[in-house]
Design a binder for this molecule. Sequence first.
Ligand code: NAD
Length: 492
Amino acid sequence: MSGGPRGSYREPMTTVDILREGARIGGAVEPVTGARFVVENPADGTVLAEVHDGDAADATRAADAAAAAFGPWAATAPRARAEILLRAFQLMTERHAELARLVSAENGKPRADALGEIAYAAEFLRWYAEEGVRVPGVAGVAPAGGARIEVTHRPVGVAALVTPWNFPAAMATRKIGPALAAGCTVVLKPAAETPLTAFALADLMAEAGVPAGVVNVVPTTDPGAVVDALLAHPAVRKLSFTGSTAVGRHLLARAGQRVQNCSMELGGNAPFVVCADADLDAAVAGALVAKLRNSGQACTAANRFFVHETVADEFTARFVAAVDALPLGPADDPTAAIGPLIGPRAVQRVQRCIDAAVAAGARVVNQPAAVPTDGHFLAPHVLRDVPEDAALVTDEIFGPVAPILTWADPDDLVARANATELGLAGYVFAGDTGSARRVARALDCGMVGVNRGLVSEPAAPFGGVKQSGLGREGGTDGILAFLEAQYLSVQE
Ligand code: NAD
């Protein structure tokens, strides 16, 4: 057990209790010895926990534990694995308030956002409990006769899971749920900003009956060393990564050395299209969700607003009124709708993008609120006249900033919306759903919300095209990512 007092995520997070947390390896909570790092609440800088800083040796031990647990777990009946996942879903649901408090504490997101994330995260466990007993197979006759074709699926092996801080619960269960349902064992490397949610999930899964070694968690401030050690381990056959395109590209090259199976959920630059006949109130409601959920720190966040020129002024006026009415604050303020960004560097980066756009001729058209000084807050900004070569348009903003561009010709709209190497989410609002679907189909995006500002759905395939990723999570595709087909050619 740990070398110091371990708090519980069931307790409120206060400055009084600083948790001390070690890696979860082979069913044990590791003692907190040697190097450690602190986890802070981004709303006010409060230190929440001291966490053991994992290294390559920890990663190797965790992969060893996952390798030892793999055979028995893969051989466990799919129904038995499913029952455990269902129990974990039930525990998450029972404890949603406590888990949401933990997510808010380390990520900063408002309580309503955190509650939404826990509900979404839990659903991956239920969905994959259901999918785990429905893995498809094929039995057939070879067209030339004389042989039978039998195809079944088996788990790919030990999986290294790497997750970001922006949805610390959902990005973890979106991988753990299908991995475990498929019969894989895992080593999760959470983001250093948000390891506490990962620990809470691993503990909850153990309580639900997940055997020792099936889910291991190694936090670190040196992700390169830890993930390198995981990828070098002979039992690790899968890398499932969610994070930035730059890191994803690097890890793909690294995993290529041993031809490891990779799933990549990377960055986005979502176009949000408003057509001339759109219901503008619906478009504004969708824009608020698509832009400001998690203060704009979502891979699916609307990045570029393309509004038809005939409704651009009206849409902007209504959007600005709605944005400026949203209160900022820490998650324990129940009225807060906008939380802090994850850290000071994030605030500086987004502010630099705003300043550069303004220097190039853009106008801030809303009244950004004054922000609390003790956290990493940035008020939402809405801009017009943003040059299309500004970083606010070409890059993933990852903050509460909305550049509004206009369009007139549908072909020109599609060309501009697709003029990016990223292609994760997109959004189209139009009165005529036929034309909305036509625009949606023309977008080079893995997912498009049609008259909706939210695409995330455990039952649907989540993922991007171009440099937004490889493969899909969620839906029936999500479990196939942790399975490999085996084909038997059987002589008649
Ligand atoms: P990031 O790429 O910096 O970090 C993601 C994870 O990778 C973290 O666990 C981090 O510790 C780890 N990491 C960083 N450098 C590494 C290295 N050299 N080797 C191995 N691991 C390394 O991204 P972030 O800032 O945490 O998250 C924001 C990004 O994630 C955005 O681009 C966002 O769009 C993307 N994202 C994508 C999805 C999706 O489903 N497509 C979902 C959420 C976030």
